[in-house]
Write a protein that binds this ligand. Structure first.
Ligand SMILES: C[S@@+](CC[C@H](N)C(=O)[O-])C[C@H]1O[C@@H](n2cnc3c(N)ncnc32)[C@H](O)[C@@H]1O
Length: 259
């Protein structure tokens, strides 16, 4: 992709393995909150090499695992609640990995409470970024996840974080008042990552959520004075432990030496 505006042609892509088997899906199309595999593929093709060790600490339906298999990247996918045998059980805040052992991290975390992923009380998707605590618990949990990713990564390697902002209507607010809370989750997570990583780029990925296409949702958004989320951020960060973060780099990564 030559620009920072990405519009994926389809949620999945087709490929044929060495035994001639055709694969038409990565992850699970029925899993609410699945990442478009095309986005992960684009990232890995640019920011990793064949045989690089990839992890996804919040692997969901296993999309990252399937993308890695299609392009020869050894991969480990973790989740609090594994949905497939090849997904390992772990809390993303405490990964069973050694320091500096991973070449690439892909992460698509819960965006506040927008989806009910499981009954597990440790699920970060149960923490409201617009809660009474001002979202403190959600952001504290995500700080731990991000610093854990940084710990397990090798120096001068990349991380991709895919996330959307969120908006929640205030309970009982009159129609059209627009009363609610906007949660700038993208910028908050970016600020957190900026303390540990050097930013490489920010991609805007157009969302192709079927919800957006439904006439009633569009009408409701206008009538109730809120916006449907039209894009996800894809933050690309680099671990560079040999420079002082934020000092003199002006947001520029010091060289894209892993292309
Ligand atoms: C947006 S989904 C990931 C989607 C995935 N990339 C896919 O394509 O299917 C977020 C995932 O984070 C998981 N999760 C939430 N809290 C977690 C935690 N503390 N540790 C590990 N996984 C967690 C949820 O179970 C959910 O599967």
């Amino acid at each position: 992709m030559p620009t920072t505006l990405w519009e994926y042609p389809s949620q999945h892509y087709d490929w044929t393995d060495a035994d001639g088997r055709r694969h038409t899906m990565q992850g699970d199309k029925d899993y609410a909150g699945a990442t478009p595999s095309w986005v992960i593929w684009q990232l890995l093709m640019r920011y990793s090499r064949e045989n690089d060790r990839v992890i996804d600490p919040m692997c969901g339906s296993g999309t990252t695992i399937d993308v890695c298999k299609s392009i020869g990247r050894p991969v480990k996918g973790y989740d609090l609640v594994p949905r497939r045998e090849d997904i390992l059980q772990a809390d993303a805040r405490k990964l069973p990995l050694e320091d500096g052992s991973v070449d690439f991290v892909f992460l698509d975390p819960p965006y506040s409470t927008h989806i009910e992923y499981s009954d597990d009380a440790r699920c970060i998707g149960k923490l409201d970024a617009a809660g009474d605590d001002g979202g403190k618990a959600y952001y504290a949990a995500m700080t731990k996840v991000i610093s854990e990713c940084h710990r397990v990564m090798k120096n001068r390697r990349y991380l991709g974080l895919y996330v959307s902002d969120s908006w929640k209507k205030k309970k009982g607010a009159p129609t059209g008042s627009g009363a609610g809370t906007f949660m700038p989750i993208g910028f908050e997570l970016f600020a957190m990552m900026r303390k540990l990583f050097v930013p490489v780029d920010i991609i805007c990925v157009v969302r192709q959520n079927q919800k957006l296409e439904k006439g009633n949702w569009r009408k409701t958004a206008v009538e109730e004075n809120f916006y449907l989320r039209g894009f996800n951020y894809l933050f690309i960060m680099k671990k560079v432990d040999d420079v002082v973060q934020g000092a003199g780099t002006h947001g520029q990564a010091p060289g894209r030496d892993r292309k």
